[in-house]
Design a protein around this ligand. Structure first.
Ligand code: ADP
Ligand code: ZN
Ligand code: ZN
Length: 734
């Protein structure tokens, strides 16, 4: 035996790999590529990943350090996942060490390895008499539901039950009745041979749907990207479910990506009801240990389906056979800090690498995806009808200039709300502004309470009795007196959801109003509870921010009102129109499912605006095609390719000079735009500047970014700023 040399990826902001020695006494068992090692790095010790093993090194032994120790367990990256992650690092020009770190569950990144317990699951421990079940059904219907679910699935995790809205006490009660028990799932890879489909829940497909399912099944053993462009409620989920059948029956796994809060009990329920297979979940409501459990179950092959948000794309799945990205246009698929990947885009990369199909679904496809579908790179499927008698909502524009307004509500809208409530139906009012009011001001001298760190007004939160900056999170007591002129006449300006809730309660005292936004759903389980109450008609008026635009189905909502959408009509960000159109159509999609016709009312000062007119009269698809021609003329994405260099510092001159130094060379086929101050020039005390690289082709973009990155070590300002590069940026405000 002799010393080995390994190249290790370490989570530091440097782009190279680091060489270490593996002393002979640490070489048994044999070192593997993809395993974790603990290495000295400066004064610290870090967990790194082994990326190559050599018998010699070009660097002299005297300059090399030895690794400290190895973490020998079964949780390592396999070759396929590693090569996928390396390609992600290359594509986003992001340090590989950080990419690997982010792909690893938090508990596996630590030097001191926690006690990793094997995943536990629940199963039935008895076959109760019919009489016993009957009495359970009558006396404890929730417990009965849990029992049925476990019985059907043979096995389930606590996380699944919790995500479905059940409580621990319900489960414990069942356990105390000796009906269910906890057990440790087998550590060896097992296959879900018991796979069965609950045929009775299957819907018979419409012709439109059947054609898509067939097309997806035909590409089951090759890379193919399918876009399902189908209005909300047109049956996309049913298509996913039926397309999954063949994959699961072939003993392969399915990965389903959903937006941040798209994983509702309703969605999960449909997967649970359809397939009797172990399902792994990955979302923000889980703790580190629970996330690790999903990771392990997926890696071992004991989870057949993994449903999760953005970072679930890094789940190790040996036998992945199909990827589904639901609501592919959703902004939450893009990570907005450090490793700025887009989960949809790298999902396509992963599918290509594995030679498997991927399905993207949306009622409002992103222009990037739509363009790829239109030119034939993707299979393009449309679902134009809602199954059954369910009709799509009709959109009306309300010209607020011609209306008497009361607390942000036009009299026309108020009447419509009254009529809807009188018919026993529900109303959803959409206002994308949290808090009580977006500013407070002195009525004597016009002073406005600004956050000094961001130069933007504080938002008033009356419930918490605080001023909160929505840009940096800083908080302040509400002043009693104007600090400028000592006047005590301080008032709020504008209206947020918290205030709207109070006004609506005054206007419609006979009905129950509920507010759904980040503030009202902070507590664990709060959202699930509120959604449940809404479905049960406990509340008739729903007020919400864009949280309400996603995934939830409210069958009894027949009127959706959007109070204020004008901001997006005149934004400098070229994507603002696309985002606003998506939001409007998505919110509209909440109305009038089932058999009732829904109406959407949009209050605006600009009812003649071409974008609104186009959306109302011709629909999203028409709007999108028009927006694509505009993008083409301006060489903007998806016709041009962008990277965004961001820099910030305590003084404006530093980031500006740092970025200016990047513009000294020119790059073939590329235009450098900037440096310019960011739309929000100051945030949390830092001055922020942008430099956009715009290229004719993706290849030229990558070349230019690579060359630009080479110049940074020589950039005089690099140590004075914090900088990052964002490939395919989607939000130019940040
Ligand atoms: P989407 O995912 O496009 O919003 P869903 O798959 O949730 O649509 O379908 C919307 C509604 O239509 C659901 O209530 C679903 O049960 C029903 N549905 C879907 N496909 C069919 C079908 N082929 N026949 C009858 N009802 C269907
Ligand atoms: Zn004043
Ligand atoms: Zn601030």
């Amino acid at each position: 035996m002799q010393i080995q040399y390994i190249q290790v990826a370490i989570p530091v902001p440097m782009r190279q790999l680091f060489t270490y020695q593996v002393p002979i006494d640490l070489q048994t068992p044999a070192v593997h590529i993809g395993e974790r090692v603990i290495v000295p790095f400066g004064p610290r010790e870090l967990v790194g990943i082994v990326l190559s093993i050599d018998k010699q090194s070009e660097i002299p032994d005297s300059k090399l350090k030895a690794i400290k120790s190895r973490i020998v367990d079964s949780f390592h990256f396999d070759a396929t996942l590693l090569s996928f992650l390396k390609r992600c690092a290359d594509y986003y020009h992001h340090p590989i060490g950080d990419v690997l770190k982010q792909a690893l569950p938090v508990l596996l990144r630590q030097i001191k390895q926690p006690d990793i317990s094997l995943p536990t699951r629940w199963r039935c421990s008895a076959s109760p008499q019919e009489a016993e079940l009957d009495s359970l059904k009558k006396k404890a219907s929730k417990q009965f539901e849990i029992f049925q679910l476990i019985n059907k699935h043979q096995s389930i995790t606590w996380v699944e039950l919790r995500t479905l809205g059940f409580s621990k006490s319900q489960l414990t009660a069942l356990e105390n009745k000796n009906l269910v028990e906890q057990y440790q799932s087998s550590p060896v890879t097992y296959q879900w041979q018991q796979y069965t489909l609950n045929e009775e829940n299957k819907l018979s497909l419409s012709l439109e749907q059947a054609i898509i399912v067939t097309a997806i099944k035909q590409t089951h053993d090759e890379f193919a990207c399918h876009l399902i462009d189908g209005i909300t409620g047109s049956g996309k989920t049913e298509v996913y479910l039926q397309a999954m059948e063949k994959v699961l029956a072939a003993d392969k796994q399915v990965l389903v990506l959903v937006p941040e809060i798209g994983l509702t009990p309703q969605t999960l329920n449909r997967f649970e009801q359809r397939f009797n297979v172990p399902i792994g979940l990955h979302h923000s409501g889980l703790n580190d240990n629970e996330r690790l459990q999903t990771w392990l179950e997926a890696q071992r092959g004991s989870a057949a389906i993994v449903i999760g948000t953005r970072s679930a794309i890094f789940t190790p799945l040996h036998k992945l056979g199909l990827i589904i990205v639901d609501e592919e246009h959703d902004g939450s698929f893009k990570q907005q800090d450090s490793f700025r990947y887009h989960a949809r885009d790298i999902a396509i990369l992963r599918a290509r690498q594995l030679n498997i199909p991927i399905v993207l679904g949306s009622a409002t496809p992103s222009l990037e995806t739509l363009q790829n579908a239109l030119v034939g790179k993707y299979f393009y499927h449309q679902l134009l009808n809602r199954p059954g008698r369910s009709q799509t909502a009709k959109i009306e524009l309300i010209d607020v200039a011609k209306q008497q307004m009361q607390h942000g509500l036009s009299s026309y809208l108020k009447t419509a709300i009254d009529d809807t409530l009188a018919r026993g139906e529900q109303v959803l009012i959409f206002l994308n502004r949290r808090g009580y009011a977006p500013a407070i001001t002195c009525m004597t001298c016009q002073w406005i309470a600004d956050c000094q760190r961001c130069n933007k007004p504080y938002t008033l939160h009356r419930g918490q009795q605080l001023l909160i900056c929505h840009h940096c999170g800083s908080q302040k007591r509400i002043p009693i007196q104007c600090p400028n002129c000592n006047s005590i006449d301080i008032q709020s300006m504008g209206q947020g959801t918290e205030q709207l809730e109070l006004r609506i309660e005054e206007f419609f005292p006979d009905y129950s109003t509920v507010r759904i936004d980040r503030d009202s759903t902070r507590r664990k389980g709060a959202l699930t509870k509120l959604l449940h109450e809404i479905t049960n008609n406990k509340h008739q008026i729903l007020i919400g921010t864009q949280m309400l635009a996603k995934g939830h189905h409210f069958p009894n909502v027949t009127l959706v009102a959007l109070l204020d959408v004008d901001g997006a009509l005149f934004s400098f960000d070229f994507r603002a129109a696309e985002h606003m159109a998506q939001l409007l159509v998505q919110v509209a999609g909440r109305a009038g499912r089932e058999s009732k016709q829904g109406t959407v009312m949009v209050q605006t000062n600009f009812p003649e605006h071409p974008l609104l007119q186009d959306l109302v009269h011709n629909g999203y698809n028409h709007f999108a095609q028009y927006a694509l021609t505009e993008r083409k003329q301006a060489n903007l994405p998806p016709f041009g390719f962008q990277a965004l260099f961001r820099a910030d510092a305590n003084y404006p001159s530093y980031p500006e000079k740092f970025l200016r130094a990047l513009t000294t060379n020119s790059y073939a086929g590329c235009e450098l735009i900037g440096p310019v101050p960011a739309a929000m020039e100051k945030r949390a005390g830092k001055y922020r500047f942008h430099l956009i690289v715009q290229a004719k082709s993706r290849k030229l973009l990558h070349q230019a970014v690579w060359q630009l990155l080479q110049t940074i070590p020589k950039n005089d300002w690099q140590n004075k700023v914090r900088w990052s590069v964002d490939i395919d940026p989607i939000d130019l405000n940040w």
